[in-house]
Design a protein around this ligand. Structure first.
Ligand code: IMP
Length: 194
């Protein structure tokens, strides 16, 4: 029998990607599929804490196994800001304003090292498992590229001459923080399914 598993997200692209990776082994439902319209509070002080709040919310309220992810950009010279505040670094003014604020704070800064981090929390039979993905890179001084979202136009992963926003989705998805964490999760789940 195929097991059900909730991915605590409203993002259809993320859902589709994980669904195809687990096809035949797990039926992956997202928040919409289970009728969850609650804006789950992300009030913890770490990526792991916030991912755990989301997966725990679904487990407690829907009695289904669940996983959730939380991601962000950590800039070394800014004491790892924006970190868990990545989506609202400049308040509620959106991705472009968040990116501008990082560029402004980094003006004249020599140390441009930064990394994207994702933590996935899986709760299965009441037990939590965490999976992490990291990608190191440097911050450009201005935007380059049109693809992706968030801080992609200023993030150049180590070993590449282009920003995330100059990569197509397929290329970014091979190396991104989110892909690394998700692949660890998928490998773990596939082991469970045999
Ligand atoms: P989430 O937890 O995946 O929703 O990510 C939170 C925030 O981190 C996003 O709103 C972006 O600002 C930033 N972020 C996370 N992943 C990426 C990425 O792959 N590229 C650019 N920005 C990202």
């Amino acid at each position: 029998m195929i097991r059900q598993l909730v991915f605590a997200t409203n993002n259809l692209n993320k859902t589709k990607e994980v669904r195809s990776l687990l096809a035949g082994q797990y039926e992956v439902l997202n928040l919409q599929d289970i009728g969850c319209t609650t804006d789950i509070p992300e009030t913890a002080d770490s990526f792991a804490g916030n991912a755990g709040l989301k997966s725990r919310f679904v487990v407690d309220n829907y009695q289904l196994d669940c996983f959730a992810d939380d991601s962000g950009l950590e800039v070394e010279a800014l004491n790892n800001e924006p970190g868990i505040y990545s989506a609202r670094y400049a308040g509620e003014r959106g991705d472009a304003a968040n990116l501008d604020l990082v560029l402004q704070k980094m003006e004249g800064q020599q140390n441009r090292a930064a990394r994207f981090r994702t933590v996935v929390s899986l709760i299965q039979n009441g037990e939590e498992f965490l999976f992490e993905g990291l990608i190191q890179g440097t911050l450009r001084e201005s935007r380059t590229g049109e693809n992706g979202f968030g801080y992609d136009p200023i993030f150049q992963p180590d070993g590449y001459e282009v920003t995330f926003a100059e990569m197509d989705m397929e290329q970014k998805n091979k190396i991104s923080h989110r892909a690394i964490a998700m692949h660890k999760l998928i490998a773990f789940l596939k082991e469970q399914a045999v």
